[in-house]
Design a protein around this ligand. Sequence first.
Ligand code: ADP
Ligand code: MG
Length: 680
Amino acid sequence: MPIPQETDIRLLKGIGDAKAKQLLRLGDFTVWDLLTYFPVRFEDRSKVTKIFDLTHDSMALVNGIVVTPVSEHYVRKGLTYYKVQIRDDTGIATCIFFNNKYLKNYLKKGYEYSFYGKININRNTKEILSPEFEPSSQSQCTKCIVPIYPLTSGITQKFLRKMVADAYRGFHKYFREVIPADILKEHSLCSVEFAIKNIHFPKDAEALEIAKKRLIFEEFFLLQVALRKMKSGTKKVSGPAFKNNDITEFLTALPFSLTKAQKRVTEDIIDDLSSGTVMNRLVQGDVGSGKTVIAAISMYLCAKNGYQTAMMAPTEVLARQHYNDLSPLLESLGIKCELLTGSTTAKNKRKIYERLENGETNAIFGTHALITDKVKFSSLALAITDEQHRFGVRQRMMLSEKGKVVHTLVMTATPIPRTLALIVYGDMDISVIDELPPGRQRIDTYCVGENMRERIYAFIRKEIEKGNRAYIVCPAVEESEIEGLKSVEEHYSALSKSIFPDIPVGIVHGKMKAKDKETAMSDFISGKSKILVSTTVIEVGVNVPEATLMVIENAERFGLSQLHQLRGRVGRGKEKSYCVLFCASYSDETKERMKIMAQSNDGFKISETDLKLRGPGDFFGTRQHGELSFKIADLANDFSVLKASGIEAEKLLLKDPALSEEKHFYIKEATDKLADNLTL
Ligand code: ADP
Ligand code: MG
């Protein structure tokens, strides 16, 4: 049985390796992916306009008989245009095509075709520019409502339309109905077959709405089933109740006192840990709000009660920093700490595994290396994930599964808008650190163009002379194919050799060896280097209080939340800090985004704007990671469907928690796959 979900698109006629490659840029491509590659909009090409009635600058569909052969007009290399005259019973028009040398094979004098294109009327000639056309007996791209897809280079609308139509024709008998029949009925949803057909080639506006409604429902439904299923494992299970919850000793050893917000969150956590029920808590706090110390307090409590803790961070740089920052303090209180990352040597790894398993180690810091099979604990009771938005939900779960009953604490700087938090962290308790440590000043942010470069360099020099440090972030690692994009390596060599030859400059990026990254970071932390040229590897969590200046090259390339994260690397000490955004181009959207950055230091406000400007997909950085993005649903507009499908998801899992009933097989399959790809 040809299952569209499992069929490579190359099996479709007309898609060879080259086309498949181009399509792959749109994501992994099976026939089902193609069929669920939804149009962004539609063009209503159902109404025919007579040539006499054509109006300038409009889009129109004309039925006309070709009355001249195709004529060729060479302008210059790379630009040839082709003309052909057509007529209907009201007048004559000229169709103009560019660089289409095979046109004469398709347009024959004396035959009637339908043309759809932009109308240009000058003086008394009526032109149709680059029209799409087909014999008037056909109605694939004319005389119907036509889907317009988001494109990637090398792929045309016409090609996609044809492929989708072919895929539908060949596979619609094998579509899987994932929504149970009773739910379809209850919510008056159409069949999957009708939905897929009409989302691409709607019979009329009504059919399109019906198709959309079903697909939006399905998307939200599957997501919520997937999330609930994963979470059900952590719900209200009884867990180790901590008895020794006095943190005075820890607070005395801490060089600062907690902010009110930190105290509140600490109390939440102590309540959880001592309750006898497993903790499942998300701590949300803007960059620099002081989440790390909250983790440290939890680790301290855990050790004091005789259990082990693991704290996982998304990058090696960050895991190491947590270890370096916290282990002296924790060790001074008698807590044995270790660090485990991908670059820990095999020999050391073996020792670390041993000490974890025999209980010698109380607290372990690390990266994904912590969730490999070899890592076993004697008494893990607390799993902390820092910068949760960088991990898959599954990965966080895997860490918790390393103990019998494990309290979970996840920390994120991503200020999740309420609607998202509801579905994503539905049954997690949330604590918010809504206050920065005292003495912090606003980070002044400026958006500048190339003409300011000299002055910015002079400014960097002045800051360094004052004893401060600066980050310079570039969007690319190597010399880039895209013109005008600053690469770390090039920029580093220019800065270190000719612009600041007298100042020690460091470089760090993701493609460097772990050892070199570590050296670069520790040099910058100790002040051995004063300027650090980097990619976004420093985006999450890195803490160097002496750094007061963040310069971001090609700032237009970054998302707002990402810029805010990067900016959060400065302003961590007492000194006044600055952020300079170099922009190489200014679209209206860029202008808008940079204005927000300059005006606001509030991560929540920035992320809401980001959500508005770019949509929820990009909010979670989907383009890079393939996370929570919606193919068709829209969190802002489809809220009632979100709620309705959430209720159904809950009911379903009450009836069949493991989705083991045969009629739920396809939901199980679809949601398992979804869960594997979720990173929230
Ligand atoms: P984030 O929330 O971004 O993870 P960190 O935990 O890295 O923030 O804290 C940022 C900086 O603020 C660190 O240098 C930390 O030592 C300091 N800090 C945290 N809490 C306080 C506090 N209550 N008073 C003073 N400094 C604090
Ligand atoms: Mg942090």
